[in-house]
Design a binder for this molecule. Structure first.
Ligand code: NAD
Length: 314
């Protein structure tokens, strides 16, 4: 039985609490939130004890989920790792790159599991087709959401685009040779809409758009490769695969629609974290991978800054 604590029980921390409460091999000891009222609400809703400080919860637990705003991840995760606790930190791993490197080193020193919430890897639509994606030549992603009061402490690149960067880097591990990026603030002071084109050493390209200024929800990623096109709707949790068959010299396009079982990605993600703690599997996402994604996200932000806000000098 792994004793868990959840630190930060806002929008996502509430879901972590709900799932961990009923997950096998887990005993959810308690929760902590700097906003006492919020903590009490979640404590009542799920009948889980509320702690008076994150320190006391870290001390009692074997493993922590950190679902606080991004800028606070480092400080809390560092404390948990230093106390030898397995740590699940929401995405992105930290705000700052140096902070992420420090957590990677600390994890190695302490010999515990450090996993980051790149939850799309557990999306059933992605899981259903992930083995069909091989050496993509072109990837296109759109992740669009309505304006939101949460996560505006960071730009849309660190908030949303990191999910698609993580999926791209799973398949294209070559060096990036060229980055062109543009972004604009719309309702916040930070970048709300961003587009990036990444060109890799082999010539493969990823074109990713992320926006938190949209009327609905869209999370689509499409992988194009030799003789196959794989389109994943991560929001609707379904996928389409088009492959080219060439029998007797006659090319034919075969379409396959995939409707996987509607499993909850966050639950699968927490299950994988618990199984890694129990030595049943390797951690699904290494902190090095999460740090690489953060590094490229910051490079994209630098490129956006270099270009400047379009029309600023009008
Ligand atoms: P939120 O604002 O709803 O919740 C954050 C909570 O943390 C609040 O209740 C706040 O009071 C609390 N908090 C702030 N500082 C704290 C501290 N020092 N100690 C304890 N509690 C503290 O935000 P959210 O949308 O739940 O996002 C939280 C994190 O989860 C962010 O890093 C975000 O990027 C990530 N997130 C990930 C996904 C995903 O798909 N994986 C989705 C949403 C959010």
């Amino acid at each position: 039985m792994v004793k868990f604590g959840v630190i930060g029980v806002g929008y996502l921390g509430r879901h972590h609490t709900r799932i961990l409460r009923d997950l096998s091999d887990v005993k959810l000891l308690g929760i902590f939130d700097i906003n006492r009222k919020r903590g009490e609400k979640i404590s009542r809703e799920f009948s889980i004890p509320i702690y008076d400080s994150s320190d006391s919860l870290i001390e009692d637990a074997d493993a922590l989920v950190i679902a606080t705003p991004t800028v606070t991840h480092y400080k809390i995760a560092k404390k948990a790792l230093l106390m030898g606790k397995h740590t699940f930190v929401e995405k992105p791993i930290t705000y700052d790159l140096k902070e992420a490197d420090e957590l990677v080193d600390l994890r190695k020193k302490m010999g515990v599991i450090l996993q980051t919430g790149h939850v799309e890897r557990f999306n059933p639509a992605f899981l259903a087709v992930k083995d069909m994606i091989k050496e993509p030549l072109f990837v296109e992603a759109h992740r669009l959401t309505p304006p939101n009061k949460r996560s505006n402490d960071v730009s849309v690149v660190l908030d949303l685009m990191v999910h698609d960067l993580d999926l791209v880097f799973l398949y294209i591990k070559e060096p990036i040779v060229y980055i062109s990026a543009a972004g604009i603030p719309v309702v916040n002071d930070s970048i709300d809409l961003a587009n990036v084109r990444l060109e890799f050493a082999s010539g493969a390209i990823a074109n990713i758009t992320a926006s938190r200024i949209y009327k609905g929800m869209m999370r689509k990623i499409r992988f194009y490769q030799r003789y196959a096109y794989i389109s994943i709707d991560l929001f609707e949790k379904k996928a389409e695969v088009y492959t080219r068959k060439n029998e007797n010299g006659i090319p034919e396009i075969i379409k396959k629609i995939i409707n996987p079982a509607n499993e909850e990605p966050l639950k699968l993600e927490l299950r994988s974290f618990v199984d890694a703690i129990l030595g049943r599997r390797e951690p699904a996402i290494t902190p090095e991978e999460a740090t690489h994604t953060l590094k490229i996200a910051h490079t994209i932000l630098e490129k956006i800054e270099e270009r400047g806000i379009p029309g600023e000098n009008r």
